[in-house]
Design a protein around this ligand. Structure first.
Ligand SMILES: [Zn+2]
Length: 242
């Protein structure tokens, strides 16, 4: 009986609410009427079914395009993001051997000063080449580096940690000029190691793909002696320009 009594009350409440809303409808808009009006809105606005969608004109896609091109853009939150500026190479002892030596006090002040000068010269040369590559079609400027060793298969399972995995290498060449084309040369330890011969082979493969109108190339790297800065890579470049 109790539950029935409650049900009746609930029904009465419903009626009450309905009656109230009808009264209010004659005077002013009630919250219920508001909700019904919003439900009706889509019916009144007739959309053309055959309107062609243009995703390239969508605000979000325009923003993404500008961001990828390094141009200034307004974010989804309305914040104005400035154009990209080239970041100078990090030389704060994190990766740099010479800076680390100076930190450990095994390098003289004079040598360190010269090192910083060379760093600034290299950064300036890279920035200049970037500007030139954007204007001159017969000139290409790239930076290249070997990615840290990739393990196949990649897994976070703890037991996999102890099992021997296949090592894979990836040399990426990145063009300084827009639209910043990138080329990846990947191989596994079955095909070769990560020495100067393999780096040289990958560079040679990339140079073969360069358009014939290009007369000059500049390459920037971390000058790792085992991979880039050695007699084998120098010999390769001499062979190419012959
Ligand atoms: Zn340094």
């Amino acid at each position: 009986m109790e539950s029935r009594g409650k049900r009746l009350v609930a029904l009465c409440k419903n009626v009450n609410v309905q009656m109230l809303s009808e009264e209010e409808a004659s005077n002013h808009k009630s919250p219920q009427n508001d909700s019904s009006s919003t439900d009706d809105e889509p019916l009144t606005v007739k959309r053309n079914r055959w309107t062609k969608s243009q995703p390239e004109k969508w605000k979000k896609n325009v923003m993404k395009e500008k961001r990828s091109m390094g141009q200034p853009y307004r974010s989804t939150k309305g914040i104005l993001r400035p154009a990209k500026t080239p970041k100078p190479a990090r030389c704060d002892g994190y990766q740099c051997e010479v800076c680390n030596k100076f930190k450990n006090k095994s390098l003289s002040q004079e040598d360190y000063k010269q090192h910083l000068q060379r760093r600034d010269q290299a950064n300036a040369a890279k920035a200049n080449d970037k500007i030139r590559a954007n204007e001159d079609t017969t000139f290409i400027s790239v930076s290249f580096d070997l990615q840290s060793v990739l393990h196949i298969p990649s897994s976070q399972v703890s037991m996999m940690y102890y099992s021997l995995k296949l090592c894979a290498y990836n040399l990426t060449i990145y063009e300084a000029a827009l639209p910043n084309k990138a080329f990846c040369y990947a191989w596994s330890e079955v095909n070769g190691q990560r020495g100067s011969s393999e780096i040289g082979s990958a560079l040679y493969k990339w140079i073969e793909t360069i358009p014939t109108n290009v007369k000059e190339i500049s390459l920037f790297s971390d000058t790792c002696s085992g991979q880039n800065r050695n007699q084998y890579i120098a010999a390769l470049f001499l062979y190419i320009v012959q």
